[in-house]
Design a protein around this ligand. Structure first.
Ligand code: SF4
Length: 495
């Protein structure tokens, strides 16, 4: 029987990098799945194609629901939520993952579930296992039967082969075989488990919910999802740490990986995380505003107005305007309700493209020299259209200032990026990009400037970078083994 599939969530938004997943788990509150649904709703920016929740109830055992579409359209109905009882639940939202990009099948929607001799376990992950192809081949040769194309199913099969006596220990065994950049939430009948890879590339935080004498535990990709359920932020799960949480014993910290120097994804600071989240003890909003300040110092230009490309360019535009002294204004207005309105757009609607999502505030723009601040340039297609809209509205000049360095390399760590040849910065110099976009000037923040904005006063430590910045630098902290096998060429000494 053919598996149901869903078209991409953003028919007009193919010019951004997309974070591929958000994960959330709750232990120790009545009807935990309701809290998970709210948490996933707050993480919806990390994945809009599909979502899933698994819960456990001491009497009714494990239950699960997986659906295409937004959390608010699926996990709010009593019909679904009543099928997910119990004090323990985990959930996942996804954009799309390796293996089924743009054609999500319901069998690829997480969390995944495995039944072991000592009980069941469910698992969901955010990120990418970079040796998943090799592991999958090996497991299939040894008799495993895969149900999906997702990386995290490898972890379930590796756990099934472990000889350890309990599920957390089996998971530790499995994780030792896995390479990559990922965060995991998992659950047994009584335990909530969280893991970050050795470099801590993808985020995961721990929170508490409820009164002190009877509080539950929460794991979340971002702190903004703790806020929505009234949970208190406790701490980040450390790079390379596995936490095994139960109501009886609290949080037990284990170390399944060899210790390495952390390399958190710097693009979380620029774009993926919500601005109301806290990363590494710093407000994401404040980091983005500071990027604008650095950008104004590095690439000043005479102009009349600083405008963000909404919404992600807004904090950097505020910082740019503040530092440069040039007035800030909302020259582009975003239609907040685009969502999934046109799942299968006609050619005519598709041609309207960006105009369906963004509109120019003509009265403000006319006759002005405008600085547009955006978070990134990926293919450049949207930037070109925005420039045309601004000029059509009567702007005298258009200057682009970009709050990230040129994106010249694909990400293999759980972010949907085009192939390298499709990235504008992979094939053009900054001047060539300026001409291609047809703007009066184009400047990107430097890597050092970005690091300074993220709190590294001395900039990037080139011999031992503090973050993963592979999509800008081409220096991959974890070798993308599967992609190299498929022909991807790493940066050469000459590049
Ligand atoms: S390659 Fe870029 S997007 Fe991917 S994890 Fe590294 S910094 Fe983040």
């Amino acid at each position: 029987m053919p598996t149901p599939q869903m078209p991409p969530a953003h028919p007009f938004d193919d010019d951004k990098l997309h974070e591929e997943c958000g994960i959330f788990g709750v232990l120790g509150v009545q009807d935990a799945a309701n809290f998970v649904a709210l948490g996933l709703h707050a993480l919806q920016h990390r994945g809009q194609e599909a979502g899933g929740i698994v819960s456990h109830d001491p009497e009714q055992g494990f239950n699960s629901a997986r659906r295409f579409g937004y959390v608010r359209d699926n996990f709010t109905s009593t019909d679904i939520m009543e099928t997910l009882p119990g004090p323990l639940a985990i959930g996942h939202v996804r954009y799309s993952t390796a293996g089924s990009k743009g054609q999500t099948a319901i069998r690829d929607v997480q969390p995944f579930f495995g039944e072991f001799s000592m009980g069941g376990a469910a698992i969901a992950h955010n990120g990418n296992i970079t040796n998943a192809n090799a592991l999958r081949r090996e497991l299939i040769e040894r008799g495993s039967i895969f149900q999906s194309s997702s990386d995290s199913e490898c972890i379930i099969h590796l756990m099934a082969r472990s000889l350890q006596r309990d599920i957390p220990a089996r998971m530790e065994d499995a994780l030792r075989r896995v390479e990559g950049a990922f965060s995991v939430v998992a659950m047994t009948r009584t335990k909530l488990i969280g893991v970050r890879d050795a470099l801590g590339v993808r985020p995961l935080v721990l929170g508490r919910i409820g009164p002190e004498e009877n509080s539950g535990w929460v794991l979340s990709s971002e702190t903004c999802a703790l806020d929505i359920i009234g949970a208190e932020f406790v701490r980040e799960i450390e790079p390379g740490e596995m936490v095994v949480i139960s109501q009886e014993t609290g949080v037990e910290s284990r170390r399944p990986f060899r210790q390495k120097k952390p390399r958190f994804c710097i693009f979380e600071q620029v774009y993926f995380s919500r601005p109301d989240s806290i990363l590494g003890g710093r407000s994401v909003y404040e980091t983005r505003r500071q990027i604008g300040v650095e950008l104004a110092r590095e690439a000043p230009v005479e102009a009349d107005l600083v405008c963000p490309v909404p919404d992600s360019g807004t904090p950097a535009a505020i910082g740019f305007a503040h530092e440069s002294g040039i007035p800030y204004g909302m020259g582009i207005i975003r239609n907040q309700y685009m969502g999934r309105t046109f799942i299968e757009p006609t050619e005519q609607i598709r041609n309207m493209g960006v105009r369906l999502k963004l509109n120019v505030n003509r009265a403000l723009i006319r006759g002005k020299r405008v600085i547009l601040v955006d978070d990134s340039v990926v293919r450049g297609t949207t930037s070109r259209k925005i420039k045309e809209m601004i000029l059509d509205a009567g702007a005298a000049e258009v200057h682009f200032r970009i709050a990230s360095p040129p994106t010249a390399w694909p990400c293999f760590y759980g972010v949907d990026t085009p192939q390298r040849e499709k990235l504008l910065a992979a094939t053009m110099s900054e001047d060539e990009m300026r001409d291609f976009l047809g703007v009066d000037s184009l400047k990107f923040i430097s890597l050092d400037g970005l690091y300074r904005a993220a709190g590294e006063a001395g900039g990037r430590n080139n011999s031992c970078p503090q973050y993963c910045d592979a999509c800008f630098s081409g220096e991959y902290p974890v070798e993308p083994a599967d992609m190299i096998e498929k022909g991807f060429k790493l940066k050469t000494a000459a590049e």
